[in-house]
Design a protein around this ligand. Sequence first.
Ligand SMILES: Cc1cc2nc3c(=O)[nH]c(=O)nc-3n(C[C@H](O)[C@H](O)[C@H](O)COP(=O)(O)OP(=O)(O)OC[C@H]3O[C@@H](n4cnc5c(N)ncnc54)[C@H](O)[C@@H]3O)c2cc1C
Ligand code: FES
Length: 261
Amino acid sequence: MTRYFKATVLENTALNKHFRLLTIDAGRSTLNAQCIPAPGQFYMLHSNSTYDPLLKRPFSIFKHEDNSLKFLYRIRGKGTICLSNLRDGDIIEVIGPLGNSYPEPEGDFIAIAGGVGIASLLPLLDICKNTGYLFYGARSKDELVMLSEAGALSKEVFVATDDGSEGRKGVITELLKSFLNNLKSEISNFKLPIYACGPKPMLKELSEIAHASGMKCYVSLEEHMACGVGACLGCVVKTVSGYRRVCKEGPVFDIKDIVWE
Ligand SMILES: Cc1cc2nc3c(=O)[nH]c(=O)nc-3n(C[C@H](O)[C@H](O)[C@H](O)COP(=O)(O)OP(=O)(O)OC[C@H]3O[C@@H](n4cnc5c(N)ncnc54)[C@H](O)[C@@H]3O)c2cc1C
Ligand code: FES
């Protein structure tokens, strides 16, 4: 069940220059049994103090505890700058939880996060504690936010940064390929489901890895959104069975269904 509601900002903490963690009080009646967010679902958020930008912006649920919801966000443009200016006690407009969620893994799994994609995957690592191999890539060490929190929930963590300031230098998909190749030589027919969220080039590369290895792979797509509730068709992606709305049929898709353009 999806709800529109107003929420009070409890905290809006700067993690570094680019990233913040927003905590809002959604109220007891909002987070009842039908409205508990599942990993992969998202909310549309809008700072109530301004109509510029007019449209709400989508953010993955990062954590929820009692009446509070937490969102990890990267400051990019007008919408996220407005969010970054929110102070304790401010009121924001919220719609959610929205979209589908990651199918729950039945055993060990691989999670691959590019940058702020960790926001979408951390709740999955949390509900399946110590069963996920986390592959986490970012531009540099500063952008590996929540690495220790995610690491504490994972079976093993592999890190890559573009500039080599932490972990392996290069893209995270290269690290995943070496991991899979090593395992293939030790265990024949090694297959784990992959869960991914990150920039499009990472997901495209992953679709080739998943295809070549025959491993099941679920991706959360981060398209631009206008309404967030399936009405405007502003977020469609091409799939093998036609166009699909990321906000309604997604954001989580089986990677083999996506037509990469
Ligand atoms: C389902 C879903 C979940 C999301 N979860 C999170 C989250 O948990 N944390 C988070 O920080 N972000 C998340 N995003 C992305 C977030 O919604 C955008 O960063 C935000 O809408 C940007 O708004 P803005 O007004 O600040 O930037 P805009 O002014 O709209 O854009 C500023 C710049 O950022 C680029 N940009 C905007 N959106 C994206 C995007 N999705 N990917 C890459 N570049 C983009 C634009 O092309 C432009 O260059 C999610 C997106 C979706 C669809
Ligand atoms: S954002 Fe309007 S249909 Fe998806």
